[in-house]
Write a protein that binds this ligand. Structure first.
Ligand code: NDP
Length: 240
């Protein structure tokens, strides 16, 4: 079997069962890395270690890391991908809608990053990639909770960069635009058409578009990229 031309890493992807996380997992597996992917329901791509984990539960996150460490070694690349929406207008948004989205998208990312940072500091190497969204910078009517959680990831990644940058650890944010997945499948045809008209690329993004960028950030060539927001949005968010 031909040897990969890059360093192989131990990678943990959250939400590897569907959508963007599944594509990221497949890409890292295909590149020859040791990959673990979390899931709650469903399966994870062939070649990845399936790890059951509800990321809002600190004990399950701890257990997931322990499993990955035992099976594949310390996590060198963390992809905090799992996320949810609970869209509604501000006046109708409940405390629970807000709290649930912040807990899953932001607080759990903090939890994962904190746990991953221990071994990364020891190894003096680490790559953290947080899946944000174009709406984290643009804002979005009906997504006060989601946009707040996604822009929060920028402060999180940039603070990690300042704290841990000198230890060979990078922390970056990937900000997808409109990507064709289950999360966007619930939009009406009219909403999809409206979005598409605003995207300079003239098409919705594919999960592979996002996965390729995440792979770059984890790769040998991206060691000097940190605290960045990398848009993968066909130009939708330009200027932000
Ligand atoms: P999907 O809804 O298709 O998949 C979400 C994944 O997250 C699933 O694997 C799901 O697991 C997992 N997940 C959700 N909540 C939890 C939880 N509490 N604990 C563990 N796992 C959980 O989403 P996408 O693939 O579309 O999105 C992936 C990321 O990209 C998200 O952070 C999203 O906000 C972001 N993003 C997506 C965009 C898009 O257009 N699709 C645009 C911009 C950003 P399960 O299958 O068990 O539910």
């Amino acid at each position: 079997m031909p040897q990969p031309e890059h360093t192989t890493r131990t990678v943990l992807v959250t939400g590897g069962s569907r959508g963007i996380g599944r594509a990221i997992t497949e890409r890292f597996v295909a590149a020859g890395h040791r990959v673990a992917a979390t899931h709650r329901s469903g399966d994870v791509p062939a070649g990845a270690l399936p790890v059951r984990c509800e990321i809002t539960d600190p004990e399950q996150v701890e257990a997931a890391f322990a499993t990955v460490e035992a099976e594949l070694g310390p996590v060198e690349v963390l992809v905090a991908n799992a996320g949810i929406t609970r869209d509604t207008l501000l006046l109708r948004m409940s405390e629970q809608d807000f709290a649930d989205v912040v807990e899953t998208n932001l607080t759990a990312s903090f939890r994962l990053a904190k746990r991953a940072s221990k071994a990364m500091m020891r190894a003096r190497f680490g790559r953290m990639v947080f899946l944000s969204s174009v709406v984290g910078q643009l804002g979005s009517a009906g997504q006060v909770n989601y946009a707040a959680s996604k822009s929060g990831l920028v402060g999180l990644a940039r603070s990690i960069t300042r704290e841990l940058g000198s230890r060979g650890i990078t922390a970056n944010v990937v900000a997808p635009g409109f990507i064709d997945t289950d999360m966007t499948a619930r939009l009406s045809e009219q909403q999809v058409a409206d979005y598409q008209a605003r995207i300079p690329a003239g098409r919705l993004g594919a999960v592979e578009d996002v996965a390729a960028t995440v792979e770059f950030l984890a790769g040998d060539g991206a060691g000097y990229v940190s605290g960045a927001i990398i848009p993968v949005d066909g130009g939708l968010g330009m200027g932000h």
